[in-house]
Ligand binder design. Structure first.
Ligand SMILES: Nc1c(NC[C@H](O)[C@H](O)[C@H](O)CO)[nH]c(=O)[nH]c1=O
Ligand SMILES: CC(=O)[C@@H](O)COP(=O)(O)O
Length: 164
């Protein structure tokens, strides 16, 4: 379903488990900071809303979305976490650089998730222009950060259920 048909912050049709006791890493790209800061705010507030403790949320900036993979890997290597949320915003420019970054990050975070058997959430906007990003970072289509946080909670809860 395309985002314009589904608000990224609407979870009225689903059950969100409690986030209490889960430990979350968040890596945030500094590129397009006005967008990624909004994504972070949405994700952080969503984690708290569903019961995560402030002391269980570990946030680290990285230069750009390409470094989200390395950031997630370092967090999982050095900290006991239940999930990592990767937040970034890649906006099409004049060259094909956009394609390479988006592809690298999507595959990269997936590989980190498999490497550590931990949920690593792809909270990265990949847009044609700035307005599309604004619309998905707290604008008319909601906040991708909210969606990423809820996804992290659900996946951490699934992992805990399967461990028991
Ligand atoms: N153009 C965007 C970038 N570019 C930077 C890369 O992510 C990376 O930091 C650089 O290539 C050095 O490795 N990053 C974004 O997050 N968003 C962009 O629109
Ligand atoms: C996604 C990018 O790296 C891009 O915004 C950089 O812009 P350009 O392709 O014009 O160099």
């Amino acid at each position: 379903m395309a985002t314009h048909l589904k608000n990224l912050s609407d979870f009225s049709n689903t059950t969100v488990p409690s986030a209490a006791g889960f430990r979350f890493g968040i890596v945030v790209a500094e590129w397009n900071a006005e967008i990624t800061n909004a994504l972070y705010l949405g994700a952080y507030q969503s984690l708290l809303k569903y019961g995560a403790a402030e002391g269980d949320i570990f946030t680290h900036p990285v230069p750009g979305s390409f470094e989200l993979t390395s950031g997630a890997d370092l967090l999982l290597k050095h900290k006991e976490l239940d999930a990592v949320i990767c937040l970034g915003c890649v906006i099409q420019g004049e060259t094909r650089h956009f394609d390479f970054i988006c592809d690298a990050v999507a595959h990269g975070v997936s590989n980190v998730a498999i490497k550590y058997a931990k949920p690593v959430i792809f909270g990265v906007l990949t847009t044609d222009n700035q307005q599309q990003a604004i619309d998905r970072a707290g604008g008319k289509h909601g906040n991708k950060g909210d969606e990423a946080a809820i996804t992290a909670i659900k996946m951490a809860d699934l992992a805990r259920q399967l461990q028991d």
